[in-house]
Design a protein around this ligand. Structure first.
Ligand SMILES: NC(=O)c1ccc[n+]([C@@H]2O[C@H](COP(=O)([O-])OP(=O)(O)OC[C@H]3O[C@@H](n4cnc5c(N)ncnc54)[C@H](OP(=O)(O)O)[C@@H]3O)[C@@H](O)[C@H]2O)c1
Length: 270
């Protein structure tokens, strides 16, 4: 039987833009109850309102910096207080149904020879340690044998190295191995664990990677048809809605125009 998401608690990190914001709206359509985290609270407020408008039973937001353990702990204390409110269908602390570890991204495109410490540290802090911190803190809120899901957002970069991507590729390869280890560690609990690994998708990802260079970021998608945030959000909902005995372990999704990392079909030159 397919899992229904109505009134189920769904926690999304990096919900202020891109995949995370689209996921908030998509789980909202399912009538889920949302707990949204990111650093830009003004953006979260807007996303929560959109999710409520889409149909979310409830949508709350709180500041979260996944690079900082006290911030993650404070976020989970807040999440627990929301889950335990009288509106919760399953009283008690153990009813977080879906955890989406989405916060992350790439910073810079330098070769290893020219790499910057700050970029390296941010990529490893968010994409690797952030996933670990949030998962460790959220696990006690997740029920056993109830078809709960942990869905991590990886990348094709975790499967294939490319020039200028050493640390982002390493970070997403780390996310992939964390997902695999967690899958083994949670065997027997009923908690599903998987990773969704997208290719080229048009979000704020490139703007962040290019440190605010909007023209450079736009160029990444010139003449091609990338994935949208909504494409990924739809897949996340689909995974969470599988029958409780089904685990989607690893899912690579690329636009038709991207046959491999660095092999992208472009209709026009700009
Ligand atoms: N777009 C792509 O082509 C692509 C492909 C494969 C994988 N991915 C992965 O998909 C995920 C989402 O990226 P996106 O494409 O949706 O890019 P995006 O639009 O830039 O979204 C990134 C999200 O991560 C949040 N975030 C970044 N650092 C954070 C921190 N320290 N603490 C909490 N939240 C943080 C951002 O929120 P704040 O800035 O408000 O904190 C934002 O909500 C990332 O893990 C990325 O690596 C993207």
């Amino acid at each position: 039987m397919k899992m229904l998401l109505k009134d189920k608690w769904v926690l999304i990190t990096g919900a202020s833009s891109g995949f995370g914001a689209a996921a908030a709206r998509a789980f909202g359509v399912e009538g889920a109850k949302l707990l949204l985290g990111a650093r830009r609270v003004d953006r979260l407020e807007k996303v929560a309102a959109e999710a409520r408008k889409a149909g979310a039973a409830e949508a709350y937001f709180h500041k979260l910096d996944v690079t900082n353990t006290p911030s993650v702990k404070a976020f989970i204390v807040w999440a627990k207080s929301k889950i335990q409110n009288p509106g919760c269908q399953t009283p008690g602390p153990t009813c977080l149904h879906v955890l989406i570890n989405n916060a992350g991204g790439a910073h810079g495109q330098d070769s290893v020879a020219e790499g910057k410490d700050a970029d390296w540290e941010t990529m490893l802090q968010t994409n690797v340690l952030g996933v670990l911190r949030v998962t460790r803190a959220a696990l006690p809120l997740m029920p056993h044998d109830a078809g709960a899901s942990i869905i991590n957002i990886g990348s094709v970069a975790g499967h294939t190295a490319y020039e200028g991507g050493a640390v982002y590729c390493a970070a997403k390869a780390g996310e992939l191995q964390i997902t695999r280890a967690l899958r083994l560690e949670l065997l027997g609990t009923g908690i599903r664990v998987g990773t969704v690994d997208p290719g080229l998708a048009e979000t704020e990802f490139s703007l962040v990677r290019f440190k605010g260079d909007a023209a450079g970021a736009k160029e990444v998608y010139a003449g091609t048809h990338p994935l949208t945030a909504e494409d990924i959000a739809e897949i996340l909902v689909w995974i969470a809605r599988r029958p409780s005995h089904v685990n989607i372990d690893e899912l690579i999704v690329k636009p038709v125009d991207q046959a491999a990392v660095g092999k992208v079909f472009r209709r026009t030159k700009t």
